[in-house]
Design a protein. Structure first.
Length: 89
């Protein structure tokens, strides 16, 4: 009986398929965890309102100035859009 040493046995093929499926599942899970980490980071770490306040302070305008209020509204809209974008993940 002649055995071809270059072809893997059916058991080896099944094992390889199983391992490939496990690798794919782990890659998907890793990708999902990365996305969740980014969302968690944005929600729990980034303080958009504090950043907005620092930017407004650097404008050196009084809080009653129309330029201040316009900038504040624009920054508030940007913050809302960023949060919606992050929540869509």
């Amino acid at each position: 009986m002649l055995i071809n040493k270059h072809l893997p046995s059916p058991a080896v093929n099944e094992e390889l398929e199983s391992l490939n499926a496990q690798v794919e599942n782990l890659q998907k899970e890793n990708s999902t965890q990365k996305e969740r980490s980014a969302v968690t980071f944005v929600h729990n770490i980034v303080d958009f309102e504090a950043i907005r306040d620092r930017i407004l302070f650097k404008l050196k305008l009084g809080r009653q100035a129309s330029g201040y209020k316009t900038a504040q509204k624009a920054l508030n809209r940007m913050i809302a859009e960023l949060k919606l974008l992050v929540d869509s993940f």
